[in-house]
Design a binder for this molecule. Sequence first.
Ligand SMILES: C[S@@+](CC[C@H](N)C(=O)[O-])C[C@H]1O[C@@H](n2cnc3c(N)ncnc32)[C@H](O)[C@@H]1O
Length: 283
Amino acid sequence: MALFNWLGTKLPALMRPLLLLSLASYHFFITVFEVIFVEQSLGQLFNLTKLRYKAFARLWTRNGEAMSQEMPGPLDALLQKCSGVVLDIGPGSGEILPRFNASKIHTMYGAEPAVDLHPGLLRNAQKAGFGGKFHALLCGGEPESLIPALHKSGVLGRSGTRGTAENGVFDDICCVRVLCGVPHPKETIKGLYELLKPGGRMVICEHVVNPWRSEGSILARLAQFVYTAMGWPFFMGGCELQRRTPEYLREAAGKEGWAQFQLEYVDPKVAVPFVIGELRKRG
Ligand SMILES: C[S@@+](CC[C@H](N)C(=O)[O-])C[C@H]1O[C@@H](n2cnc3c(N)ncnc32)[C@H](O)[C@@H]1O
C-alpha cells in the first residue's frame, strides 16, 4: 500500500515533464515534415539551430497561452513593480505582458530571437496596453546578439561602443522562463547585470537544477538527468534542466555583490523547480 501511495503522489509530478517532452518532439517532427513537403525548402534542414527555434516557436504558438495561465510564486507582484525603461529577455509571444502595469513603464524592449513569435508578441503588446512603448528586438539575450540590437534601436549610445553599457540603461530587466536556454549563461547574465542602471532591478522566474543537497529531492535531480539524456535540450529549443542559474546570478555582481538578492524556490522537490525573486544592483 505504501508503495502505491508513493507511486500515486511522487511519480506523476516527476513524470509530468515527459508529457511536455513528447509534445515538443511531436512539434519538431511536424516542423521537419512541413519544411520538406509544405515549404519545400530543404536548405532549412541544414541549419539545425534555426530549425529547432522554428519547432519551438510552433510548440509555443499553440501551447504558450495554456502554459502561462498559472505562473509560479509571486511573479505578478514582481512584474507589476516594473517601471521606467524595461528589458524583457525572450518574451516569446508576449503571454506574460498583461501581468505588467503598462502605465508605469516608459519604454519596453523585448529581445526575442524566434522571428515566428514576433507577430503574436506585437499583438499581445497592443492588447496589454503598451501602444507605441513596446519595441520587439530580433536578437537573443547573449551580449554578442543583444548589444548590437540595442545599438541599432538607439538604446545604447556611445557608452556602449565597447560591447557593454558602462553606466547601465535599464531600470528593470525581466528573465522569465528564458535563462534555461540562453547560450553561455554565465557571460550572458553578467552582460545583463552590466546593462542595469545603478539601483536597477532584475526580476527572475526560472527553472533550475534541483537543489537536492538542501531543500530538493535526489529523485527529481535524477529525473532531470534522465530527461536531459532523452533529448530535452534538443527538442525544447535549447532549454536546459540542470542550469546553476542562482549561482551565475549571484556571481554576476562580482566582488561588490548585489544590494538585494532575494530568490526563493517554488516546489523544490519536482523535476522542474523554479526560483523566483528580485535582485537589485548597488546604487
Ligand atoms: C519558454 S519561452 C518563455 C517566453 C516568455 N518569457 C514567457 O515566460 O511567457 C522561452 C523564450 O525564450 C526565447 N529564447 C530562446 N533562446 C533565447 C536567447 N538566446 N535569448 C533570448 N531569448 C531566447 C524563445 O524563443 C522563447 O520565446
